[in-house]
Design a protein around this ligand. Sequence first.
Ligand code: TRP
Length: 425
Amino acid sequence: MNDTENAVAEGVDALTLNKDNDVTVATEATVNEEQEDIVNPWHVTSMNEAGIDYDKLIKRFGSSKIDEELITRFEKLTGKPAHHFIRRGIFFSHRDLHTILNLKEQQKPFYLYTGRGPSSESLHLGHLIPFIMTKWLQETFNVPLVIQLTDDEKTLWKDLKVDEAIQLARENAKDIVAMGFNVEKTFIFNNLTFMGQCPSMYQNIIRIQKCVTFNQVKGIFGFGDSDVIGKIGFPAAQAAPAISSTFPFLFGNKKVQCLVPCAIDQDPYFRMTRDVSPRLGYPKCALIHSSFFPALQGAKSKMSASEQNSAIFLTDTSKQIKNKINKYAFSGGRDTIEEHRALGGVPEIDVAYQLLKFFLEDDTKLEEVRIAYSKGEMLTGDLKKLAIETVAPIVEQHQAARKLVTDDILDEFMKIRPLNFSGSN
Ligand code: TRP
């Protein structure tokens, strides 16, 4: 079999390939002809103005939809309304969330695992999404949380030196701490440092690497002959924290299941992880997947730190935010006011409306806005104004909280220590 056939035999999905090798180039060309969405850890684009077709993606990835029935069970068990990210379908897909709810029902422990690749650019609003969800889940379930900063990944993929990546990991970690995580229940680590402090992490990486062939990672991630070898081994480093024995200081030798909140582009890593875990005698991690935060230019692509004008950064001033939204936020409105009043706007493609969907917590108000905009009673300008009023204070508050995060506070979060959680003893 040649590489292409092999890739197909391994169940490669065009979505999971990157464009650095021949197999991929051929596959992506096919994808584009069919106008399919591209979703993998390095690329997210859609030809459609409303963005990725998430129902199709669920089918292609083989995950499950977070449906009404699951939300109802979730709310019953937690005794409170689900987070608006769940209610509004922003977290729309899952794997084995029922298993986590069963654990909750039986009062058995589980933990949360999420992460971030610290890249040179500053954080933007889109980066907050998985962390907002994770924080809410941590508070709701009162469980420990591990946060991985993949400075190793960014060294391998970007033009970054080891020392620079470690430094960026610390800077990014301060932004994460500023979101208000509870230090008693949260452990933050960067791979390039932690690996040398905790032998079980490296031991688990080797166990995982022993279970996955080059053909398999080629199939899942599209690695090719000219990729540096560090990339080929890296997926095991993202998989290891999903196995509880990676953290003996947290879980001893208990086999604890974890729940991973992440954006759906990270799913390939966890498909691999879920394949390996049972072979090492551990439960498969459960997942909840978020959709993407749109670029200001529209939902065809996601907000990106490398496209300055596509993103609202956590370092932007209120004035910058106002200007960016007014200037760049893609409008679902009509060409003229008359037309707009007569036909109404299209909230599904309007970025100001999308910003509100993510950040305006009041359901009643959001629904009023949606109806008024759809009927043409509200104009794009009105929506933008409301989006600015909603988002700017959130960024301002983040900046104030970020200022208070000292190196000492960060060191507390990154210290190897037991965490306080029910079920830990
Ligand atoms: N690879 C992710 C990124 O580039 C970072 C990451 C590591 C992560 N572990 C994770 C994301 C677990 C979600 C869940 O951002």
